[in-house]
Design a protein. Sequence first.
Length: 133
Amino acid sequence: MWQKNTANCYQNNVSWLYYWRWGIESFFKLLKGAGHDVEKWLQRSAGALLRRLLIASMACVLVWRLQRAEGDDNAAARQLICRLSGRQQKRGRKESTPALLAGLSILLNTLTLLADYTPEELAHFAMVVFNPL
C-alpha cells in the first residue's frame, strides 16, 4: 500500500515538473523566435540579467493578452503589429506570437521616435536618407 502511494506521488510530481518545464521551454522558444537573442545577452550581473528577463517577460504577457483579446480594435491592433514585424504568416493564420512580439518591439521604438521628433523632422530625415546625392 505504501509503495503504491509513493509511486503515485512521484508520478504526480514528475508530471507537474514536466508541465512547468514545458512552459519555460515555450517561453524561451518565444524569446528566441522573436529575435531577442537570449543566448547573446551579455549582462555581467544576475540583477542585470533579471531586469532584462523581466522586461522581456512583460512584453510576452502583453502579447499573450493581446492575442487572446476579442473585438475589432484588438484584431486591428494584432494585424498592425504583425505587419510591423515584417514576418510572413502561414496560410490560414492571421498572426503568430513571435510575429506579435517582434512587431511590438518595432511599435514601441516607433512611438518613442514619434515622441522625440516632429513629423516634419521625420519627413526631412527620410528625404535625406532616400535622396543622399
